[in-house]
Each structure stands twice: as structure tokens, then as C-alpha cells.
Design a protein around this ligand. Structure first.
Ligand code: HXC
Ligand code: NAP
Length: 206
């Protein structure tokens, strides 16, 4: 991919940035010269991601559901690379399940990763964002506005991420934090699409 922007010397941190779309985002920033930090739950994913992100890259194990591990990951990132210029929050979980067969815990686990996790990341990151101006980017999904069958948990969680984005833009814009959400369409070859269209269906199940 031909990268057309320059992030030389900037610090970009991506939560959930070790596979799929979020790793692609981290790799684009790395190619544009950024010093990149990625964080996710699994050491193997962290190690594999860092190996693709250049010598300066830092990988940290953290579960966004656990705000202490988020806080520690941020502290380690800032110690290595300094204040964060761009913070991407993209950790997510998904599976297909009819609402009447979805346990309370199955619903909750996606809320905890996607929505509560986004809040944990933002809440603990804001003190580490570059005082001269920074960008906070949430990764949402079409399910935030389009109701999709077997996606009650994801639809609720990502709708919450959208509203969290709007509220934080109001609260933090005046102090130089630009807050946005990106909603990718269906991206072939990703874990998300393997879960939503396991047979490679052309027509989605909703
Ligand atoms: C029904 C399920 C289930 C399934 C898990 N559960 N999978 N219920 N159908 N297929 C239930 C479990 O039975 C349990 O409920 C509860 O969910 C928690 O499951 P755990 O396995 O204990 O959770 P955990 O180990 O924390 O794993 C979280 C996870 C997992 C979300 C379930 O799949 C995961 O780690 N996913 C991360 C990767 C991922 O999903 N990537 C895709 C993102 S794409 P009980 O009641 O038994 O305790 C995306 C949107 C894509 O977000 C949009 C495309 C257009
Ligand atoms: P993916 O490859 O499964 O990426 C999810 C990432 O989040 C992984 O790095 C995973 O690593 C990490 N993660 C999961 N649970 C975590 C937790 N509790 N704490 C910290 N990290 C966690 O999925 P993807 O399909 O590329 O999707 C990436 C993002 O794009 C998600 O926000 C998704 O909702 C959104 N999206 C995807 C599509 C699509 O077509 N795929 C479409 C629209 C939106 P570990 O397992 O190591 O934790």
C-alpha cells in the first residue's frame, strides 16, 4: 500500500492492534514513520504483530475489560515513546447468536469488550495524550446503526461506542483531543467476517 502521509516521530497506540483491521491500521502508521504501540490479550498475537511493525515498535499484553491492565499498558507505552499523538481503540468480540438463546454472560462479554473496554481505554488514555493536540479514534461497525439478526450484543455495544464518541468529542474537543469513530464495512479475510459469514457467504445472514 502506498502511504501518503507522514507521521515521523509521532506516537500511535492501537488497542486490539495485533490482528486484522487494527493491525492493518498500526502497520500503515508504522510505514508512515510513527512509533507504534499495540496492545491485546494474547502474548503470541502481540509478538507476531510487533515483528511486523519495525524495530521501534512496542507490544503490551492488556485486556481492555481490566482497567488496571489498560492503565499499565498506557504507562509502559508513554515511558517508551512519550505522549500519545493518536490513540486507536479497536478491541472487539463477536459471534452469531439468536437473542433468545444468548446467555446474559454472552451478551455481557461483548458489551464488556467493545463498550466498557472503549471507555476504559479513553478514560485512562486521556491524561497521556499529547498536550499540543491529539486524536482519539474508536472502531465501530455498521451494526451500530443497522439492526442485524443474531447480533443483539454487537448492535447494542457499537451503538454505545458511537454515543461515547460523541460525548467525548464534546467534553474533550476544547482541550485539543479530536474524537472520531471509524465504521469499516465488511472486510474480507478478517476474523470478524469469518465469524459472520463462516461459509464465505456472499449474502450476510441478517
Ligand atoms: C453463543 C457464545 C458463543 C457463541 C461464546 N459464547 N461464544 N454464546 N454462541 N458462538 C458465550 C459463552 O458461552 C459464555 O457464556 C460467554 O459467551 C463468554 O464466553 P467466553 O468464551 O468465556 O469469553 P472470552 O473467553 O472472554 O472470549 C470472548 C469472546 C471470544 C467474544 C466470546 O469470541 C473472543 O475472544 N473474541 C475476540 C475476537 C473476535 O471476536 N473478533 C471479531 C471482531 S469483529 P456463558 O453463559 O456460557 O458463560 C466485530 C464486528 C464485525 O466485532 C462486524 C462485521 C461487519
Ligand atoms: P480481530 O482480528 O479479531 O481483531 C480484534 C483485536 O482485538 C485482536 O487484536 C484481539 O487480540 C483484540 N482483543 C479482543 N478482545 C480483547 C480484549 N478483551 N482486550 C484487548 N484486546 C482484545 O477482528 P477484526 O475483524 O479485524 O475487527 C477489528 C475491529 O473492526 C473491531 O472493532 C470490529 O468490531 C471492527 N469491524 C470489523 C469489520 C470486519 O469486517 N471485520 C467490520 C466492521 C467493524 P487478542 O485476541 O490477542 O486479544
Amino acid at each position: 500500500m502506498n502511504v501518503q502521509f507522514d507521521f515521523t516521530g509521532r506516537h500511535v497506540m492501537v488497542f486490539g492492534g495485533t490482528t486484522g483491521i487494527n493491525l492493518g491500521i498500526a502497520q500503515c502508521y508504522a510505514r508512515a514513520g510513527a512509533r507504534v504501540t499495540v496492545a491485546s490479550r494474547k502474548q503470541a498475537n502481540v509478538d507476531a504483530a510487533v515483528a511486523t511493525l519495525g524495530a521501534a515498535a512496542l507490544g503490551v499484553v492488556a485486556d481492555v475489560r481490566d482497567e488496571q491492565t489498560v492503565a499499565v499498558a498506557l504507562a509502559q507505552a508513554v515511558e517508551r515513546h512519550g505522549p500519545i499523538d493518536v490513540l486507536v481503540s479497536g478491541a472487539a468480540g463477536n459471534f452469531l447468536a439468536p437473542a433468545d438463546q444468548m446467555s446474559s454472560n454472552a451478551f455481557k462479554v461483548v458489551l464488556d469488550i467493545d463498550l466498557l473496554g472503549s471507555f476504559h481505554v479513553a478514560r485512562h488514555a486521556v491524561q497521556h495524550l499529547h498536550p499540543g493536540g491529539s486524536s482519539l479514534i474508536f472502531i465501530t461497525a455498521p451494526q451500530s446503526v443497522v439492526p442485524m439478526a443474531y447480533q443483539a450484543h454487537v448492535c447494542a455495544a457499537k451503538a454505545g461506542v458511537d454515543q461515547l464518541t460523541r460525548v467525548l468529542a464534546l467534553e474533550w474537543g476544547a482541550r485539543g483531543v479530536r474524537v472520531n469513530a471509524i465504521s469499516p464495512g465488511p472486510i474480507a479475510g478478517t476474523e470478524g467476517m469469518r465469524r459472520l459469514a463462516p461459509q464465505g457467504e456472499q449474502v450476510m445472514p441478517w
